[in-house]
Every structure is written in structure tokens, then in C-alpha cells.
Design a protein around this ligand. Structure first.
Ligand SMILES: [Zn+2]
Length: 122
């Protein structure tokens, strides 16, 4: 083995050992808490996406509402406490307590808005 390749493999080994050496050194000088908090941080970084996904699924299950449109009985899925427009009849609906309610109170006469274009000549 030549000196050069020996040096090379030594540095490779050293670069591999450095993190362990640093951790050992930190633990040795009484900074084990730093190592622990670092490990906890790494653990959290791995756990966060998993927990986030589980929480999101739980949240979705709680807030996903599948109900029928009160106007045309079209079945649609919406999130709780949101407003949706029925894809079948175009009625604006409000999702409340797992039910779909019309945004406009019953008895309201729907008036189609007509755009009036005023042409000004100047
Ligand atoms: Zn509808």
C-alpha cells in the first residue's frame, strides 16, 4: 500500500468517524442533552409527515360531508363549514352539521341579473 492511498483511506475513514466522534465528545463533556435533543429533532422530522398524514385523514373524515342537494337531491361531497355550488343545479349551498342548506332562504325569488351595457358617447 502506497502512502498516498493509505492517506486517502485514512481520510475517508476519518470523515465517516467524525460524526460519531463528535457525538461521543459532546456526551463526554456533558452535552449529552444536545445529542438527545438532536436525536429527538431527527425523530420528529421523520415522525412529522406520518403524524401530519394521520391527522389529515382524521380531519378529513370528520369534516367531509356527503349529503344530497336540498334542491335537486344530487349527491355531493363537501367540507364542513364551507360553501359549495351544486354541480347539478348550480344552487349555492352551505355545509352545516353534516347537512347541506340553501344559502338563500326558502321563498326567495331568484332573479337573474342582466348586464346592462351603457354606451357613453363622448
Ligand atoms: Zn342541486
Amino acid at each position: 500500500m502506497s502512502l498516498k492511498s493509505f492517506q486517502f483511506s485514512f481520510f475517508r475513514l476519518a470523515s465517516w468517524l467524525t460524526p460519531f466522534l463528535v457525538i461521543w465528545l459532546l456526551g463526554y463533556v456533558g452535552l449529552g442533552w444536545l445529542v438527545n435533543s438532536f436525536l429527538i429533532l431527527v425523530g420528529l422530522l421523520f415522525l412529522a409527515p406520518v403524524l401530519g398524514f394521520v391527522w389529515f385523514r382524521w380531519w378529513l373524515q370528520r369534516n367531509m360531508v356527503q349529503a344530497q342537494c336540498p334542491v335537486c337531491t344530487y349527491e355531493l361531497t363537501a367540507l364542513n363549514r364551507t360553501q359549495v355550488q351544486c354541480p347539478s343545479c348550480g344552487e349555492l349551498l352551505k355545509v352545516e352539521q353534516g347537512k347541506l342548506n340553501r344559502l338563500t332562504p326558502p321563498g326567495t325569488i331568484d332573479v337573474q341579473a342582466v348586464e346592462v351595457s351603457a354606451v357613453s358617447e363622448d
